[in-house]
Design a protein around this ligand. Structure first.
Ligand SMILES: Nc1ncnc2c1ncn2[C@@H]1O[C@H](COP(=O)(O)OP(=O)(O)OP(=O)(O)O)[C@@H](O)[C@H]1O
Ligand SMILES: [Mg+2]
Length: 360
């Protein structure tokens, strides 16, 4: 590994940006460890691309600083930054071969011909495209084009790799394959990477950590499992994965939904009785047909999802979604309990430090 490739940390230090009279990124704080892949995940317009453009130097922050390896790069022009960006639409030059496309940045830097060739060959080997070195972009597949775009960024040996929705032009199957390729390459060379996406599935399967953004702010920055199991806010809980939400009352007998049904809960983020909003993942809704003490539910609809079955239930007037085994026999009535729930008040997770206890 050359010095330029030694993993570098990235710090976004209280960065804000206004555009068109609106605050697009607001006092953003994010520390990305060296060699990690972080996804910026959030709905359209939440400021992901704006953040990425500030890291890459295509936009100046109004306030705050961006540091790579401890040095402030916020005032450097893009070409002076140790960053490289891959765009959604690849932006390959159609009239140039793969070699010419990938070597473009190095030719601009006027590196010796032999070094250019060696670096291009190495990076094409890394992304598995050696055999297409003389092909034109139009003659290779979408997935291969995206790997050329990746090679064109990596050949510059950036310390931080920036990817803006790099898979959105690919069909569903290819997306999964190329994202696995990207992750594999990223881990192999250990490059610090910021990956922008609005696809939660992509973020969960790729990331060391995910920054969930909303309205120019980071709502939560955590590893995929923590994000999924302990969503810090209602927004994160609803944006990442499916979640049933109910307002109601936690008491000794379980959680009473607004409609009146009393649902036993096995494990909760907090056990302090009171009014809450509860979030329950569909896979944490446990159903049984032999009536062992859960709340009564009627089955409104069954949806076969392949490796699981989704049940739409009516529980005392409240709708509930449950993911169950695909071969569960069809029935009209069931009993439900929650094997796990997270409690929110004013949209914020209520969590106790002790291990969750059963409430029956
Ligand atoms: N140059 C600009 N002038 C004014 N407003 C802008 C400018 N660039 C972006 N915006 C606005 O800033 C907001 C955030 O844009 P940004 O591109 O960062 O969102 P995003 O999270 O990347 O969304 P998407 O998922 O749709 O790509 C949007 O409302 C956008 O219209
Ligand atoms: Mg964007």
């Amino acid at each position: 590994m050359t010095d330029a490739q030694t993993p570098a940390g990235l710090l976004i230090d209280r960065v804000s940006k206004d555009l068109g009279g609106r605050t697009i990124v607001s006092d953003m704080q994010l520390e990305v460890h060296a060699g990690e892949l972080t996804c910026l995940l959030g709905p359209s317009g939440c400021g992901k691309t704006t953040t990425l453009r500030m890291i890459g130097g295509f936009l100046q922050p109004d306030a705050g600083a961006i540091l790579i390896d401890g040095s402030d790069i916020s005032r450097l022009p893009p070409e002076k930054r140790p960053t490289a960006m891959v765009f959604q639409n690849y932006a390959l030059w159609p009239h140039m071969t793969v070699f010419k496309n990938v070597s473009f940045g190095l030719r601009l830097r006027k590196l010796p011909k032999a070094e250019i060739r060696e670096r291009v060959e190495n990076v094409l080997e890394l992304v598995g495209l050696t055999h297409h070195i003389h092909s034109y972009p139009a003659r290779i597949s979408g997935g291969e084009q995206q790997r050329v775009a990746l090679a064109r960024a990596l050949v510059l040996e950036p310390k931080v790799l920036l990817l803006d929705e790099p898979l959105s032009n690919l069909d569903a199957k290819l997306r999964v394959r190329v994202r696995e390729d990207i992750r594999e390459i990223q881990q192999r060379i250990g490059i610090t990477t910021i990956f922008v996406t609005h696809d939660q599935d992509e973020a969960l399967s790729l990331s060391d950590r995910i920054a969930v953004m909303s309205g120019g702010r980071v709502e939560q920055y955590a590893d995929p499992r923590t994000l999924y199991r302990h969503p810090a806010t209602h927004f994160v809980a609803s944006f990442v994965g499916a979640m049933n939400f109910y307002t109601g009352t936690l008491g000794g007998d379980g959680f009473r939904l607004a409609g009146g049904a009393q649902v036993p809960v096995d494990s909760l983020s907090s056990r302090t009785p009171g009014e809450y909003e509860i979030g329950v993942r569909p896979e944490d809704v446990t159903v049984s047909s032999n009536g062992d003490g859960g709340a009564e539910a009627s089955v409104v609809r069954e949806i076969q999802r392949g490796h699981y079955k989704e049940l739409v239930l009516d529980v005392g007037g409240d709708e509930m979604r449950a993911f169950v085994a695909p071969d569960l026999p069809a029935v009209d009535r069931l009993r439900v309990r929650f094997s796990r729930g997270v409690l929110y008040r004013d949209g914020v997770l209520q969590e106790q430090s002790e291990s969750p206890v059963a409430v029956r």
